[in-house]
Design a protein around this ligand. Structure first.
Ligand code: G3P
Ligand code: MG
Length: 385
């Protein structure tokens, strides 16, 4: 639990990025963009038509930008390719992509995360992503179902899924931590196995900790990290869809009920993704690294300088970072809380009639689409288009 506590301290850190760390280096641009993906550049598998011209304009003027999404479940390279191909827009480097679980890369050398249960995502994609980050012992819920089908009586896995996507694993070895990479696909299975582990004897499947002797019931048997907290997000359906935040709520409700927690108590967990500081600091590092590559014409260099989880950039070449998003609760709140500028679009979750009640108002304004927003900011910064 020490590792989780350490991360929780980082989460609650009140330090925030201040413009005072701006170092006036002789760079091409002293401002940069961070774009949300769903509801800004694409909607599900459909393009948002203004995304292509907006990104092309930024490339033309060599303005640095990265993408920061609360989505995931695939590698950064696959996400970059997907966005380029759906928008029909310019090439996007994998180094320009921060997904909700990208900061988990920083945990690969932590001995408290040696054997991890990776939850969510399609097929066995999340295993591939976790292994590509460097996690050595990755277990998926489907591996556990394969070894004991009765663990998830309503599992939707078919015989061919088990054959294709599961691995034979040794379940006598405990699981150290749960990493929720993406929205569950077989919700019933994920829900059951996650609860089993949170209430197990030190992460051993098939065991149950002693309720009476367990001192702090808010503390699970093994740490759980959610990679994003979006309750809803925008895809190509006209109404917002439930996201990983909804799975967190289900997880907490079940855990709190099982552990007879009081109304003011809750499951102890760490949540990554927007709007949390950890994610914005991580993205800021990635943006600085990308800008260096852009400046020195080394955009094809695939070695990325990764910060430690929770590390705050000491200096930045940017006077302003513009976060462009469609979700006030994640994109806009995070930007405002951590010293970035914020731009809210009408192409996703946000609806005009909700403006008065949204949790965070954009510092720059509300725009019809990403191209309008980009043009406005370029003009404001004296760039003729
Ligand atoms: O699961 C929610 C996710 O798809 C939202 O993505 O790009 O709007 O942060 P994004
Ligand atoms: Mg969005």
């Amino acid at each position: 639990m020490l590792a989780l506590r350490r991360l929780a301290q980082l989460k609650s850190s009140s330090l925030s990025w201040s413009r005072s760390i701006h170092a006036s280096l002789s760079l091409r641009s002293d401002f940069a963009f961070v774009f949300d993906i769903d509801g800004v550049l694409i909607r599900g598998k459909k393009p948002i038509p203004q995304a292509k011209p907006a990104l092309e304009l930024l490339n033309k003027h060599k303005i640095p930008y990265i993408l920061m999404t609360n989505g995931g479940g695939v590698s950064e390279a696959e996400k970059a390719k997907e966005v380029s191909s759906i928008t029909g827009g310019p090439y996007i480097s994998p180094l320009q992509v921060v997904q909700s679980h990208t900061p988990m890369k920083s945990l690969i050398h932590d001995p408290n995360y040696s054997r991890v249960l990776v939850v969510g995502g399609d097929k066995d994609n999340a295993r591939k992503v976790a292994e590509s980050y460097g996690f050595k012992d990755v277990v998926l819920p489907i591996d556990i179902v394969r070894s004991d089908k009765s663990i998830s009586p309503h599992s939707m896995y078919k015989k061919e899924d088990l054959e294709k996507y599961s691995k034979k694993i040794d379940l006598s070895k405990p699981i150290d931590a749960i990493l929720v990479f993406n929205d569950p696909r077989d919700l019933s299975t994920d829900m059951q196995i996650v609860q089993d582990l949170l209430n197990s004897k030190n992460g051993l499947i098939g065991t149950k900790r002693d309720f009476k002797t367990w001192k702090d019931h808010t503390s699970p048997s093994i740490p759980i990290i959610f990679s994003n907290n979006d309750y809803v997000y925008a895809n190509d359906h006209p109404l917002p869809r439930f996201g990983q935040g909804a799975f967190r709520m289900i997880t907490e409700k079940l855990y709190n009920t099982t552990n007879k927690l009081k109304p003011d108590q809750n499951l102890d967990s760490l949540i990554l993704g927007k709007p949390f500081k950890l994610q914005y600091d991580f993205a800021h590092h990635i943006l600085i690294d990308w800008n260096k590559k852009l400046e020195s014409n080394e955009v094809n260099d695939d070695i990325q300088k990764l910060p430690k989880l929770g590390e705050i950039p000491e200096t930045t070449p940017f006077k302003k970072i513009y976060m462009v998003g469609d979700n006030p609760e994640s994109d806009i709140k995070g930007a405002n809380d951590h010293g970035w500028e914020s731009i809210l679009l009408r192409t996703g979750v946000f609806q005009d009639e909700d403006y008065d009640s949204i949790i965070a108002k954009p510092t720059v304004g509300v725009f019809d689409n990403v191209e309008d927003a980009v043009k406005y900011v370029l003009n404001k910064n004296g760039i003729k288009i």
